[in-house]
Design a protein around this ligand. Structure first.
Ligand SMILES: C[S@@+](CC[C@H](N)C(=O)[O-])C[C@H]1O[C@@H](n2cnc3c(N)ncnc32)[C@H](O)[C@@H]1O
Length: 259
């Protein structure tokens, strides 16, 4: 009983402090401004709810429709990862198709000449969505064997149910150890890891580009390490939105100056 009365008192206190804050806002800024703040907060809350509903409804129906299993949020601690980079990795969560398609619409390249690589491909939702584009090859790199195995199964199922995906390959590897193909590439990342691993990946992209100068486009969803690309002379930002950033290597005219 004591526990419930304490919780009730805490709830009341937080309610009161919100009401008190609102009263103070009305006193200092006037009713109009306070009203705007309330409406803005309600809209932000509503939008967050809509995004959650979209993730659930679209995610579940995608899986159901194609007979695959890509839905869910899985903390990496629950998986079978043995890599030292586990501590730098971010949890599994599949991309929302609308946002993936919006990122793909930023590409103004001849898809057929490019290899698509997903760094941290998880259960493979992005690989399946990329399969509808005419890339030369599509590679997914994932360091959890459990997630990799699910992705392999999903790709096989998708070939039957969607009729695409013959060129999709899943690679069980740490992204830090993955050797990038020498072809033009589109690198897709959905916030897979933190700075320590991302800096190593960027350094290896630079080495790979210097050995084989070509177009490297980076589609970076939820770009928490975007600043590392921003300060790498080889890459320039071509797009920054609320959800993602796009970086690319320079045109051949600027090759000589790229670092
Ligand atoms: C947010 S999920 C993205 C899943 C998928 N790319 C998508 O868009 O649907 C991030 C994934 O990165 C993987 N990951 C994290 N660090 C990694 C590393 N060093 N090497 C390979 N995969 C890694 C995680 O296991 C997780 O599956």
């Amino acid at each position: 009983m004591k526990f419930f009365s304490e919780v009730h008192a805490q709830n009341n206190a937080s309610q009161l402090s919100k009401t008190a804050k609102l009263r103070q806002l009305v006193r200092t800024e006037g009713g109009m401004k306070a009203g705007r703040v309330v409406i803005r907060t309600a809209c932000q809350y509503g939008m967050r709810m809509c995004q959650r509903i979209e993730k659930w409804v679209i995610g579940r129906s995608f899986d159901w429709f194609y007979g695959v299993d890509t839905y869910g949020l899985i903390p990496l601690g629950r998986l079978d990862i043995t890599s030292d980079n586990l501590v730098h990795g971010n949890l599994y969560g599949p991309v929302v198709p609308r946002i993936f398609n919006s990122m793909m619409s930023e590409l103004h390249i001849p898809d057929r000449e490019f290899i698509f690589v997903d760094y941290g491909s998880g259960k493979g939702r992005a690989l399946l969505l990329a399969a509808w584009h005419p890339f030369k090859r599509i590679l997914g790199v994932e360091f959890s064997k459990e997630l990799h195995d699910v992705a392999v199964k999903n790709v096989a199922t998708f070939r039957r149910t969607a009729g695409v995906g013959e060129n999709v390959e899943c690679v069980w590897s740490d992204a830090a150890k993955f050797k990038l193909p020498d072809d033009p590439v589109v690198l897709y990342m959905y916030n897979p890891f933190g700075e320590a691993v991302m800096q190593g990946v960027i350094d290896s992209l630079c080495r790979s580009w210097h050995a084989h100068p070509r177009t490297i486009v980076v589609l970076y969803r939820n770009p928490t390490c975007g600043h590392l690309f921003e300060r790498t002379p080889l890459f320039s930002a071509v797009s920054r939105t609320q959800h993602y950033s796009v970086y690319t290597t320079p045109s051949h005219a600027k090759l000589a100056h790229a670092g």
